[in-house]
Structures are given as structure tokens and as C-alpha cells.
Unconditional design. Structure first.
Length: 371
């Protein structure tokens, strides 16, 4: 379940982070190009005599860091950002059926009965339909195009998030953070990790708040499959309906748990990776650099599993009591707040519902029972 696009926050907004990084690299590349031009064309007073040519200049660290003319060059920054927006759109479109099925499972829609199977201990258990079986059912009902219900507002949401992060990096460029691997520099390196994480948190929170209204629309378009409604169709008409029925706050339902999940993930992942690299990975080990490069990736998977309940609660609140069958009893009670939703799921033992899409066992609190 941790590898699902919306289960793993390190996978969410990947294109957005890449776009911002490309824009930042572009500024550095442009500065490096200017520095090289000045180095190749010194003032006339300092030109070397033709009979005594000066030695060839050695490549500088600045040139090695961001050479001119690449994807990250200053002149190509808009092109780079557009490239990452397009790349993110492709990944979003390909992964959309996965997110669609996961959301329907999150809201508790189980249109197919479980099947009897055995676990590793040989005991008989009931298994709910996997992603592939569920996706096949959607195709039977709505056709292949039905797997992409709600894709348009999601594409717009991800594109807005990518552009926001890129623009923020231009307005508030991050400070260069050096790689620290010496245990003696633990106090200094920890300050740098805190500074870097604070910067990432600021960008993530701002992009999340701006893109969340489109996320709400996308969620509601998808859960209409449950009751076969057509209340939310186009983006503009959905904006009008939400504003008329729920006011401005209707666009931000479920935002707080999403923000909390992002913050917990960023700090947990970065701090755990930092302490592991500083205390557990010895510099004398030949593969220390390779191990450190993968530490944050592995920590991202682990921490995303722990922060999944925030994602689940945020998505349920986005569709709760909005006039759709999926957000009303018997599928879901009307929640007073996201804390009420969290407590309800906790009592039911459903805080990780939808986190796995392949091997889904019927829980003890489910209405299904073995005969």
C-alpha cells in the first residue's frame, strides 16, 4: 500500500518538486554561464602576450555545479517547468485508475462479494476484490473511459501545485545546503536539516492550500460512481455548486488533515534519514555514500505508511455530507469535524482502509462473515 500514489507522500507532488528543482538549477546555470563568459574574455589590460600564451583555465566548481546550455539554464527555465508539468500530467493520468479504485475503497464501496481463500497458515479467510478485479468491474459498468472519472480537475490540481512550487523557488530561492557526513558536525548539520525541512514545509503547505479546491472537486467527481449521480461534472460548474451550497469553506474541507500529514511526513522522513546517516552509517564503509543516497527514499516509504490515516481522513472529509450517496449514511455518518471522523475510523479499526489494493482481507468488524 505504501507504493500507491496517494498513499506515499514522497510520490505525491514528485513532479512538482522536480519542476522547482529545475527552476532553481536554471538560475544557477545562468549565473555560471555568465561567469564563464567573463573568464573567457578578460579585460584588454590583462590579456596575455601572443608569444606567451597563458595556461588553459581549469574547470571551476561553479561550472561543474551547473553548466550552461542544459535543461536547467536560466534561458530555458520556463521550458523546463513546462516539461515537468507535462511529465507530471503523464504520471498522473497513468496512475489515476489506481487512485480511483483506492478512493472508492476508502469510502467503503464494496460492490462485489468477497471470495474464500487461505492465508499463509492454511486458515480459511475472506478476501475482498483486488485492484485488478475492482478495475474490471468499473470497466463493465462505465467502460474503459470510466477509469478516468475525475481526471481533469486532478490534472489541474497537480499542474497548479507544480507551478506554485516553481514560482516560490524563484521568489524565495533556497540557500545552498552542504552535504555533511562527519559525526563531529552533528549539531551544525542538524540545523541545516531543520532549515531545509522548514523550507520544504513552507512550499508544500502553500501549494497544498492553493490546489486543494481542485482536489475536492476531483474526489467528488470520482465518488459519484457509488450512487450513479451527475452532480459534479465540469470544473467550473462544480465550483459554482460548491460555492452556492457550502460557501468558500466548502473548497477547503479536509485540508487540515492533509496539511498535518504532509508536515509529519516531511519532518519524520528528514529527521530519521539524518540521524541514520549520521549515527548508523560509518564513513569508513566503502558504500557509505550509496547507502546515504537511499536512506531518505526508504524512510519515505516507512513514514508514509504511518501518515496514511491523515490522507484517509482528509479524503473522507472532502466528500462527506456533500449531497452524494458516498458521503451519507449508510456509507458514512455525517462527521462534525475531521477529529470526529478520525475517532470513528479508529473505533471501527478502519484507519488504514484502502492502504492495500492487492491482498485485502475482510476485517473482523466487517459485515461479511464466514459460514
Amino acid at each position: 500500500g505504501a507504493l500507491d500514489p496517494e498513499v506515499a507522500p514522497w510520490a505525491r507532488g514528485g513532479a512538482a518538486g522536480m519542476a522547482g528543482a529545475g527552476a532553481g538549477a536554471g538560475a544557477r546555470g545562468g549565473a555560471a554561464a555568465g561567469g564563464e563568459a567573463r573568464a573567457r574574455d578578460p579585460p584588454p589590460a590583462h590579456r596575455a602576450h601572443p608569444r606567451h600564451p597563458r595556461p588553459a583555465a581549469q574547470p571551476s566548481a561553479r561550472r561543474m555545479d551547473g553548466g550552461s546550455g542544459g535543461l536547467g539554464s536560466g534561458d530555458n527555465a520556463p521550458t523546463t517547468e513546462a516539461l515537468f508539468v507535462a511529465l507530471g500530467a503523464g504520471v498522473t493520468a497513468l496512475s489515476h485508475p489506481l487512485l480511483y479504485v483506492k478512493l472508492l475503497i476508502q469510502v467503503g464501496h464494496e460492490p462485489m462479494p468477497p471470495t474464500l481463500g487461505t492465508n499463509v497458515l492454511g486458515r480459511k479467510v475472506l478476501y475482498l476484490p483486488s485492484f485488478f478485479t475492482y478495475a474490471k468491474y468499473i470497466v463493465q459498468v462505465d467502460g474503459k473511459i470510466g477509469l478516468f472519472r475525475g481526471l481533469s480537475p486532478r490534472l489541474m490540481s497537480n499542474a497548479l501545485s507544480t507551478v506554485t512550487r516553481g514560482s516560490m523557488k524563484k521568489v524565495f530561492p533556497p540557500d545552498e545546503i552542504e552535504q555533511v557526513s562527519n559525526k563531529d558536525d552533528m549539531k551544525t548539520s542538524l540545523k541545516k536539516v531543520v532549515k531545509e525541512t522548514s523550507y520544504e514545509m513552507m512550499m508544500q503547505c502553500v501549494s497544498r492550500m492553493l490546489a486543494h479546491p481542485l482536489h475536492v472537486i476531483s474526489m467528488r467527481c470520482m465518488v459519484q460512481f457509488v450512487g450513479r449521480e451527475a452532480k459534479y461534472s465540469g470544473v467550473l460548474s462544480s465550483i459554482g455548486k460548491i460555492f452556492k451550497e457550502e460557501g468558500l469553506l466548502g473548497f477547503f474541507v479536509g485540508l487540515i488533515p492533509h496539511l498535518l500529514g504532509d508536515v509529519v511526513f516531511l519532518w519524520g522522513c528528514n529527521l530519521l534519514a539524518h540521524f541514520i546517516n549520521a549515527y548508523l552509517v560509518d564513513d569508513s564503509f566503502s558504500q557509505a555514500l550509496a547507502i546515504r543516497s537511499y536512506t531518505k527514499f526508504v524512510m519515505g516509504i516507512a513514514v508514509s505508511m504511518l501518515t496514511y490515516p491523515f490522507l484517509l481522513v482528509g479524503d473522507l472529509m472532502a466528500v462527506n455530507n456533500c449531497g452524494l450517496q458516498a458521503g451519507l449514511p449508510p456509507y458514512s455518518p455525517v462527521f462534525k469535524s475531521w477529529i470526529h471522523c478520525w475517532k470513528y475510523l479508529s473505533v471501527q479499526g478502519q484507519l488504514f482502509r484502502g492502504s492495500s489494493l492487492l491482498f485485502r482481507r475482510v476485517s473482523s468488524g466487517s459485515c461479511f462473515a464466514l459460514e
